[in-house]
Design a protein. Sequence first.
Length: 502
Amino acid sequence: MKKFVVILNLLLVVAGVRAALPEPDLLARVHFAGAQKISTAPNAAVFTNQFCSVEAVTLRAQTADKLSVWLALWLQKNVGSTVPDGAAKLRPLFDDLQSAEWFLESRVAAGGQPQVAIAIKLDASRAQLWQTSLKPFFPAATFKVSGGWLIFISSPDAQTLGDALAGEIMRADNAWLALDVNWPRLAQWYPKLKELGLPETRFTLTAPDANLHIDGKFFFPENLALNLEPWQMPTNTMHQPFISFTAVRGFAAWLKSQVWAQPYQISPVPNQLFVWALPQMPFQTFAAVPVPDAADALAQAGARLKPVVESTNRQNAFLMPVSLAMTNNEINFSGVPFVSPYLQTVKGAAGQFLLAGGFPNTPRGKSLPPELFTRMAERNLLLYHWEITAERLPQVLSLSQLGLLITAHRQLDANSAAFKWVQKIGPTLGNTVTEITQTGPAEMSFARKATGGFTAVELYALANWLEASNFPHCDLRLPLRAKNLKHPHPAPMPVPAPAASK
């Protein structure tokens, strides 16, 4: 899951001249308008349809229960405050963080320690509850109440943060959510974040129409040296109708630097990737990368993949043994239930490619729309993604559940709160469009327009994360079976009814 999230977000860090982050001492700055305020906005339906149903409220409560337990233990370990019934004291605060408007700012003090201030709009009784609940964890904390706002300041040294938040209250804009998270600095306290290589991230969420609009920037600690070669699409292989299309480029240097990817890498490392999905068949999702010599690339891939597959078989980490067979122009994987994965060479007018799939491609249909080429002609475009999310969701469910099953990871339970929430909102979701462009030497810009805010892949990644047994961590691994145990038959996977075509 960790690797999946890294690839999904395509946060590409390469060597170069060091750049300056906008606010190097910043850890996080967040403003949330709160469900109460959002529900009165002109386009509130785009929010309430997804986050205020019975299924959504159940999932929100479950997540708050888990977070209160985790936070109490984290504060005990990192702040040194052992508070009896700490989770129970914190739990009501998470309800307020969902419904009320609030600001948070955290920075690194001169001595290297983090400082935190929170301003939240509460009535008198809830403001008193916050003070009573937080004081045992932060004995040196101070609280201010002014104009219906409670300002919590974690320590006397953070007084300037509290004063700054008082000013932010007066300058609040119309965004439903605004955040600025300095992941490189946070990695000092959460070492696992270093493995992800995330840049500082600044996003705003608005709803000027019937869609959610997410706009933001990524600020990298080093200047980017991306190789933005002209797009090389396998136009002879892909065809309409699509329900999902993704194109991304400029990631070769980043991928080459990733330790986890090195066992699978071919040379030269691909620098472009295209992923598309056809309607109706759950497993008709394909991926292609352009390569200088497809036959050589396939031979390299076979030589790389064979020891990985054999090692995983020896560890009994697959649902059942997987074998790899190679011909002159194709690698086939047998032993995988429901699908027949393959990697094959493809040649066309645009060049040579490696094509991966789990199900045969259908005969060529309609040509690619001219609008797609117009959209991708934008200068410095790194990623373009379009999908009909309601139709893509059942496919992603089938693919993700199968992938988790084969690799001995816990599948998403059809009776879980997160699964029921995704199934509830799925039919209401329409087109999702995402673009990432390079807009500076160490800067990328992100723009998304969507009825749901998330893509189908992101929704199921989020659902699996929220249901992880060690949330907010994300360990979905199942215990390895003893080698003398017989491989079970595949468990049935929950598959929803197909969404209506649009």
